[in-house]
Design a protein around this ligand. Structure first.
Ligand code: PMP
Length: 406
């Protein structure tokens, strides 16, 4: 039984009080984006009301205040992920930006015939940038396969590793299936053949507090909007030695040391990778969101979400013809399912009429859908502010949809 006071926690989220199609909102699309607590909304409002200014360049007080708050957020992120050095935290617009920054930077490190391993359960944002890198360099993309349960086949992964492997990319948690991947094993084995590893932590962020120094990972990415923060901001963690080796991704203001028309020298980390005016308010709010999540506590969150997952899994499996995709032993509170003979989109549409928000479709992970030979799934993803009563509403809604559609 959870130690969390869910009723009180729910009061932090004004959006949870609204109605959709005349019914109380049941928000179960947390894997796509999480909701924002008042504590974070207040930080956003405070910024625009009181100290909105451009950072790092002004001598005036507002600019100084904004710079201090932004840099304080960087330190919060550093502490949260147990990162060794503050300048190893690069603030980006999110996971997609972070991955593209690294993929672009690797252009000069990948030669024809070098191999890049990606897992079979990647989000498109963790496939397409590597395909583009291979097109530029003649590198070869190899896929770590998965089994019917939605787990990576680790023997095959070990067999794929060789001295040709330059990079390995894998998500920490799959957004479509909820599988928690054995990233410790992936990182250690990849390092033994001197391959670099990037872990996409977008889906892990709301469930698992990842320790960068313990993992010894080369790169790790997060989007703030998955952890009760705003959209359009995130982090790239990179080991200092790698960040020093990689060229800048974008040119512009903020990322230079000196500019003449003959030659430009680049700024030190992290600014080398932070061209232009960043999402200042977003960065500050990202820090506030981590504070909020930590005030609840990641252990308590994981434990409660596991309760919700077990309860929802049992209730849903009791529905005849319902199949769950992603049955790994180690998974987060995500349930991807279909009902025999019904298109997922039709279920999602009826659920919406009942005020229930789920995601339907391929979840930006088409290769997973191809693997199961399905067009897509209905995905219900639970957060710490969801309740068992909401699971009951979902289950009743799915039963109703089934009766209407079959
Ligand atoms: N990777 C995974 C596993 C994700 O779930 C997402 C978001 N759905 C992304 C990457 C992309 O994140 P963003 O859209 O914030 O860049």
């Amino acid at each position: 039984q959870t130690t969390l006071d869910i009723e009180t926690i729910r009061k932090d989220f004004p959006i949870l009080n609204r109605e959709v199609n005349g019914k109380p909102l049941v928000y179960l699309d947390n894997a796509a984006t999480s909701q924002t607590p008042q504590q974070v909304i207040d930080v956003i409002v405070d910024y625009y009301q009181n100290y909105n200014a451009n950072i790092h360049r002004g001598v005036h007080s507002l600019s100084q205040e904004a710079t201090d708050a932004y840099e304080a957020a960087r330190i919060k992120i550093k502490k949260h992920y147990n990162i060794a050095k503050t300048h190893e935290v690069i603030l980006t617009s999110g996971t997609t930006h972070s991955i593209n920054l690294v993929a672009n930077g690797f252009t000069s490190f990948v030669k024809e015939g070098d191999e890049i391993l990606v897992s079979a359960m990647e989000h498109h944002s963790n496939i397409v940038p590597w395909q583009m890198l291979c097109e530029r360099t003649g590198g070869v993309l190899k896929v770590i396969p998965m089994n019917q349960k939605g787990e990576l086949v680790m023997e095959e992964f070990h067999a794929l590793l060789s001295d040709k492997t330059k990079l390995v990319f894998c998500n920490h948690v799959s957004n479509a299936l909820g599988t928690v991947n054995p990233i410790e094993e992936i990182i250690d084995a990849s390092h033994k053949v001197s391959a670099a590893v990037l872990i996409d932590g977008a889906q892990a962020a709301p469930h698992i507090k990842a320790d960068m120094q313990a993992l010894d990972v080369d790169f790790y990415t997060v989007s703030a909007h998955k952890v009760c923060g705003p959209t359009g901001v995130g982090m790239l963690y990179g080991k200092e030695e790698w960040l020093n080796k990689l060229p800048p991704y974008q040119g512009g203001g903020e990322m230079i040391a000196e500019v003449t028309f003959e030659k430009t020298t680049y700024a030190d980390l992290p600014h080398k990778f932070e061209a232009g005016t960043p999402n200042i308010c977003g960065g500050i709010a990202f820090g506030a969101a981590l504070d909020y999540m930590n005030s609840i506590g990641f252990e308590a969150i994981a434990q409660y979400e596991e309760e919700l997952l077990q309860y929802a899994t049992e209730q849903l499996l009791a529905i005849d013809g319902l199949k769950i995709y992603g049955t790994a032993k180690n998974k987060t509170s995500v349930i991807s399912f279909n009902i025999d003979g019904i298109h997922p989109y039709d279920i999602g549409t009826i659920l919406d009429k009942l005020g229930i928000a789920v995601r339907t479709g391929h979840h930006c992970a088409q290769p997973i859908m191809d693997f199961y030979k399905i067009p897509g799934t209905v995905r219900a993803s639970f957060s710490f502010y969801n309740t068992k009563e909401e699971v009951d509403v979902l289950v009743e809604g799915v039963k109703r949809a089934k009766n209407m559609l079959l």
